[in-house]
Write a protein that binds this ligand. Structure first.
Ligand code: F6P
Length: 527
């Protein structure tokens, strides 16, 4: 890459794209004027555009579950109807958005009151996976827009500390529980929701009070009713919304509660604008397409098996967690849509963390480790809380890292530095290999003007479509998650064995040994 930059001063202009308030620089990649057209040819060959049309049109592209994939309809800000099985789903979507507006306005204004007549002060979202990560990430990212005095909590883990620690600081009469589950059958979520309900009833004493303090976000009316939440207080979505794509649906209610419905709709608008860009831009200027192809380039041609996302804005700390589900649950697959083995590596291990902190922790491996790790750097031109120096120091660090990864430090440069520091010749030779940076390590830099709801909406949709492009190229179904099922089934089997009267021998020796260790321990502690 050093040579490519030296040969072509216009490389940045040619390999960067501006879209609304985003600038995406992909010039620090191992690409030439030959590479990109070849990658675009691959996309043409795999018919990415035709698959995108099918997705936006409501064709059942989730072929294993026979479902449409229409998270894009949730943020369709145009008049265009979207049909599922011949029925336009836009009126239902608008009705739920309107209900979310009325409810979030009332809670935020303090006119929705609890059983003692006091306004809501704390909102506890109980959900897991897509029913947790999206709203948790977005409400953290948009923290500066949150209504002061309305506190948000997210409980996902079934390990009891999560809910216990959360409830410890709360008053039942000013707390609203949002039980978020697409299926409303998820064991962890229902366990946490029942614990919350018991805690609440211990204080309120009257089941009637539940109506003021529990709402459900789900596709499953019967299960919501069976739990004891009136469907009046259920915000609906539909089976054509995948869990990890659901923050745009009723699952986004905590976002609307935190930042207000107008801003939630700005988030939808930002995503819609990216949807239009993805559908209408020329391939050479199409951000999700290009970023998807660059991912394929390293994953399949350079055997890079991980991919790091490094936001420099503190409020984006949860973005890597969120993207981990989006990418790994979508593209962590090993068979094609038709059930044959995929011949190349598919979805990479996505990881990352706030760049400004990672520099002092894991960046060592990015610079000098033996693995090639493509990276995304994300940084704002303007932050909410960075007075003067903070912003400039943050930016200097982030940009310098991308340069260091690309340029590296040659042996000659390392030697010159050591000599300049006055080291003896043998000491210079001894240290030289340790000071050398191979460089040529690829990164994409996304600079955005400011982390507004609209910018965030566009960013998330950019990553969603990037994942989509890759799934199409690998010919996999990015929209099911059958790999999570086996563990769930086995957990149901293990559960009674943990409290049985005698040891189990139903499993392998390791699993038997561990189950029996726990069983005996818990039996002894119950005595
Ligand atoms: O187990 C994985 C998963 O099904 C995710 O795909 C989903 O986001 C999560 O569990 C939660 O599911 P639900 O919203 O139905 O509770």
């Amino acid at each position: 890459m050093r040579d490519l930059f030296a040969e072509d001063p216009s490389r940045f202009d040619r390999f960067s794209i501006e879209f609304n308030d985003l600038l995406v620089d992909f010039s620090k990649h191992r690409i030439t004027d030959e590479t990109l057209p070849l990658l675009l040819e691959l996309a043409r060959h795999r018919e990415v555009d035709a698959w995108a049309r099918r997705m936006f049109d409501g064709t059942a592209i989730n072929n294993t579950e026979g479902r449409a994939v229409l998270h894009t309809a949730l943020r369709n800000r145009s008049d265009r109807p979207v049909y599922v099985d011949g029925k336009d789903v836009m009126p239902e979507i608008r009705t739920v958005l309107e209900r979310m507006r009325r409810f979030s306005d009332a809670v935020r204004a303090g006119s929705w009151t609890g059983y003692t007549g006091k306004p809501i002060r704390d909102i506890v979202n109980i959900g897991i996976g897509g029913s947790d990560l999206g709203p948790a990430m977005v409400t953290e990212a948009l923290r500066p827009y949150r209504q002061p005095g309305l506190n948000l909590h997210f409980v996902a883990n079934v390990e009891g500390s999560d809910i216990a620690d959360t409830l410890a600081g709360l008053d039942a009469d000013t707390t609203l529980f949002v039980v978020a589950s697409k299926t409303f059958t998820t064991w962890e979520t229902l366990t946490n929701a029942h614990t919350a309900r018991d805690w609440f009833l211990a204080a309120a004493g009257d089941e009637k009070a539940i109506a003021k303090h529990f709402v459900a976000l789900s596709t499953n009316r019967d299960a919501v009713e069976a739990f004891g939440i009136d469907v009046e207080h259920m915000f609906e979505f539909w089976d054509w919304v995948g869990g990890r794509y659901s923050l745009w649906s009723a699952i986004g209610l905590p976002i609307a509660l935190a930042i207000g419905m107008d801003r939630f709709e700005e988030l939808l608008t930002g995503a819609f604008e990216m949807d239009v860009h993805f559908q209408e831009s020329d391939p050479e200027r199409n951000l999700p397409l290009i970023l998807g192809l660059l991912g394929i380039w390293y994953n399949d041609f350079f055997a890079a098996d991980t991919y790091a996302v490094l936001p420099y804005e503190q409020h984006l700390a949860l973005l890597p967690d969120y993207l981990q589900q989006l990418d790994m649950e979508s593209n962590g697959k090993r068979v094609t849509r038709g059930g044959l083995s995929v011949e190349v590596p598919t979805g990479p291990v996505l990881w990352g963390g706030v760049g400004g902190k990672g520099q002092h922790a894991f960046f060592q491996l990015l610079h000098q480790g033996t693995r090639l790790v493509p990276t995304d750097f994300l940084a704002p031109l303007e932050t909410f809380d960075s007075p003067g120096e903070h912003q400039t120091i943050m930016m200097a660090n982030g940009l310098a890292q991308t340069e260091a990864l690309m340029r590296g430090r040659t042996g000659d440069e390392a030697r010159a530095e050591l000599e300049a520091a006055g080291l003896a010749a043998d000491e210079v030779e001894r240290l030289m290999p340790h000071k050398l940076f191979p460089g040529n390590r690829p990164s994409t830099t996304i600079l955005y003007r400011k982390l507004t709801p609209r910018v965030l909406g566009s960013l998330i949709a950019l990553y969603e479509h990037r994942v989509f492009v890759q799934g199409v190229i690998w010919d996999i179904n990015s929209f099911d998650q059958m790999g999570v099922e086996l563990g769930k089934q086995l957990a149901q089997k293990v559960y009674p064995e943990l409290t049985a009267d005698s040891d189990t021998r139903a499993h392998d020796a390791s699993t038997n040994g561990l189950i029996n260790r726990y069983r005996r321990f818990s039996a002894a502690s119950r005595k």
